[in-house]
Design a protein around this ligand. Sequence first.
Ligand SMILES: [Fe+2]
Length: 386
Amino acid sequence: MVAGLSLPRIVRVGRGAVEELGDVVAGLGLSRPLLVTDAFLVGTGAAERVTATLVRAGLSPRLFSGTVPDPTTDSLTAGLEALHGHRADSVIGFGGGSPMDSAKALALLGVQGGRMRDYKAPRVNHGPALPVIAVPTTAGSGSEATQVTVITDSGTDEKMLCLGPAFQPVAAVVDADLTLSMPPRLTADTGVDALTHAVEAYVSRKANAFSDGLALTAIATIGRHLRRVYADGSDAAAREAMMLAATQAGMAFSNSSVALVHGMSRPIGAHFHVAHGLSNAMLFPAVTAFSVAAAPGRYADCARALGAASATDAEGAAAAKLVDALHELCHDLAVPTPRAHGIDPAAWARLTPLMAEQALGSGSPANNPVVPTAEQIQELYARIYA
Ligand SMILES: [Fe+2]
C-alpha cells in the first residue's frame, strides 16, 4: 500500500519558540500575514506580543480577532474582508483549534472563493490556497500539523469536515509556554482530544507504519502526563510533553484518519455546543467498547502504550483494559454524561437520527474497525446519554 503523507515544511518546537515566529514567516519570503485569533487572546495580551515579534522581523501584519469557538461559515465573512483589505500574502492561525481552523478556511477561500460547503469531505482539496502558519495555544487539536479544518455551516448547524493538502500549514510553531495558563477543564478536554486523535489514527483502516509510530508515541506521552497537567497546570515539563504529543497525534491522524468517536462527536458539538474534546470524551469509552472486538491487536497496542496493560496480557484482555482505562480517565477528568452536562433528553432523542446521519456523512465512521449502521450509531448515542 502507498501512503500519501503530508506534513508542515517547517516545525519549530520548544518553550519560547513563538519568539521565532517572525523569522519563520520572513524566512518563507512572506511579508503581509493576516494574524487570525480570538478576542480571548487579544484580552490576555498574547496577540499583541505575537504582533510585536512579527513587526520586529520587518513584517506588516494585520490582526483579525473575530474568530469564534467552533467556527461557522458566517464567522468567516469578516475574516475574508480583512484578508482582502490587507492584501494578505499569508495567514497565521494563533489560538486553539478554532482560530487555526478559521485561518485554514480563510487561506483557501481567499484564493478560490466559493462557499465552504463546496470544499467539504469527501472532496480532497489540493489548493491553491495562501500559505498558513499555525501557532497553537492549546495541546489538543493538532490542527497545526493537519490537512484538516472543521467549519460549521451556519445554515444547517452541520460541522463540516474539510480536508486536503490545501489546508496543511506550511509551518507550525509549537510553544508549550502558551499553554501554561489553560484552566483544568480546557486542559482535560484538549488533552482527551489529542488522545482520541492518536488512538483513532492507530486503529483506523487508513493507518500506516508512519502514522503508527507517531500515534503510539503520543499515546504513551499523554498516558504519563495528562493527569499531571490537569492536577497542576504550572507543571512546565508536563505541559511541554503534552504539547509535543498533541502535535504528533495531529500528524498521526492527518496521515491516517480519525474514526467513529470523531464522526459522532462533531454532531454533538454542532447541535449542543459541547466543547469538542469533551464530546469526544463522552463517547470515547463506549465507542471503544463497541469497536475493540474487530481489532483487538490494535487496541491492545494502544492499551500497552497508554500504560493500561502489560506486555504479558493477551490481546483480548489488553484491549478490554483499554476500555476500563478510558472509563477511569474520564472519571478522573470529571467528564460528565450528556445528561449531567445539562442537555435536554427530548432534544437529544429528537436529534439522534439526524446526528447519526451527519456522523455517517462525514465519512469518519467508515474508517472505524467496526463500520456501524445508522441504527448502531443511534444506539450508541442513546447509551452514552445516561
Ligand atoms: Fe479532534
